[in-house]
Ligand binder design. Structure first.
Ligand code: 5PN
Ligand code: ZN
Ligand code: ZN
Length: 254
């Protein structure tokens, strides 16, 4: 196992793009019309393990179940290809932690044969007992079917020194965000779908896909407070303009 001399590195893995309507992106605000946005995963290469936060979508699944989201994902934008860019084999990933179990955040889980899946107990329960309106969101259960080793958490939890999970429910029952402290820059706070874009943060307008809208708004406010208290930079889940400006693998943050 490489340890990078004890340094933690954060890599953003490009997983391609999807399209949704602007009214789904900004509930009851819009503007309407097609919006194409990125899906990405975060590899935290830490002295105590290689933690992957979210794993993007499975192209075959989206083409079959949600073709109207017009997926664009090249072979280079799969989890194995993105890991290869940084010289890591899928079998070397020690832990997978999903912000939540929507299809666009779990697609690569099944490709990580040795990883322990760190699951929020309420999210795992909701995957199995979701409301009818959550059916499409929870449509990719491939990762659950193959029998991963689960480690149940009730966030907030420290996965390793400087790697913290926060509870940010509302979008889903057990949604989690990730705070990573680094030696060479300010902390990185990955919101997951608690905030799709910086406009979601600024306007406090949540996405149309949600379990509990009032909890969703509270989670946006919680994230802004945590960012302020820790002087952290917020990284939203599906913001094309932001994503274009970030360093992507094989480059990294440290
Ligand atoms: C991108 C996207 N598309 C569909 C759904 C859904 O049905 O619940 C969440 C979600 C998405 O994030
Ligand atoms: Zn989601
Ligand atoms: Zn999403």
């Amino acid at each position: 196992m490489t340890t990078n001399g004890g340094e933690t590195r954060v890599y953003l893995l490009d997983g391609g793009t999807l399209v949704i309507d602007g009214y789904h992106l900004y509930w009851n605000l819009g503007p309407g019309g097609e919006v194409r946005f990125p899906c990405y995963s975060v590899l935290v290469d830490h002295p105590q393990g290689k933690f992957l936060f979210d794993t993007g979508y499975d192209l075959e699944h989206v083409l079959k179940v949600l073709p109207f989201e017009k997926p664009e994902q090249t072979p280079a934008q799969t989890i194995p290809a993105q890991l290869k860019l940084i010289g890591i084999e899928p079998g070397e990933v020690t832990h997978v932690v999903n912000s939540h179990y929507h299809f666009d955040h779990v697609g690569g889980n099944r490709l990580l044969p040795n990883a322990t899946t760190i699951a929020h107990e309420r999210e795992l329960n909701q995957l199995h007992h979701h409301e009818p309106f959550e059916r499409l969101g929870y449509s990719d259960t491939s990762f659950d079917a193959i029998g991963p080793r689960y480690e149940l958490v009730n966030a907030p939890t420290e996965l390793a020194p400087g790697v913290e999970l926060l509870e940010t429910p509302g979008h889903t029952a057990g949604h989690m965000s990730l705070l990573v402290r680094l030696s060479g820059r300010r902390p990185m706070l990955f919101t997951g779908d608690a905030a799709y874009t910086t406009k979601s943060l600024e306007t406090e307008v949540i996405a149309g896909f949600h379990l509990d809208p009032r909890a969703s708004v509270a989670s946006i406010r919680h994230l802004k407070k945590v960012a302020e208290d820790n002087e952290a930079e917020l990284f939203c889940s599906h913001d094309a303009a932001s994503f274009a400006g970030w360093q992507k693998a094989p480059a990294y943050y440290r």
